[in-house]
Design a protein. Structure first.
Length: 184
């Protein structure tokens, strides 16, 4: 991760610990990054929605900041929020063009390797059902940790430990499958 991303992560961690100045600086640094993410997530002829997407994403980030895992990089989590807000903005504005949405390949496109999902699924299939459910629920489906704890009958602490172990097993399995390594 570049230096700016590490600084943003550090500031968010400090903000979550009660440092209001660090949190404000984090949001100031995040805004232009989120603006670029929003522009990439919207069709070129809907660039007018960029600021709306950024504002909605900032609000969502503020409201859900406690669900971010400080042990993980912040920007991928923010990227998902921005992408979802861009899709929401397009849906809310209705069809502004005569072309089908599918004609715009860039909407929601990520920089990720398209085979990554296949590799992840193959690696998940080699885990126990519980480990696969933990990883899928947390990392893929984005299930709230509290809901995931209840769903799997684990305390919050036990969930964190089990998830950490499941992710380590997933990384080990993925490496055995040919060198692909999940980004942590």
């Amino acid at each position: 991760m570049e230096q700016g991303g590490q600084e943003i992560d550090r500031l968010m961690r400090a903000g979550l610990s009660g440092d209001g100045a660090a949190y404000a600086r984090c949001l100031r640094l995040l805004a232009p990054v989120m603006r670029a993410m929003a522009r990439r997530s919207l069709p070129a002829d809907r660039a007018d929605l960029t600021e709306d997407v950024v504002q909605e994403a900032l609000l969502s980030l503020h409201l859900k900041r406690g669900s971010w895992d400080p042990g993980r990089p912040l920007l991928p989590w923010v990227r998902v929020i921005v992408r979802h807000k861009a899709i929401d903005a397009l849906r809310a504005r209705g069809p502004a063009m005569d072309e089908p949405l599918e004609a715009h390949h860039a909407i929601g496109a990520s920089d990720a390797d398209p085979l990554t999902g296949l590799h992840i699924e193959q690696a998940l299939a080699r885990l126990s059902a519980r480990d696969a459910a933990l990883v899928r629920g947390h990392a893929i489906d984005g299930v709230d940790p509290e809901a995931l704890s209840k769903q799997l009958g684990l305390s919050a602490g036990a969930l964190r430990v089990a998830l950490h172990r499941a992710l380590r097993r997933l990384a080990r399995v993925a490496q055995e499958d040919g060198g692909w390594t999940p980004k942590t």
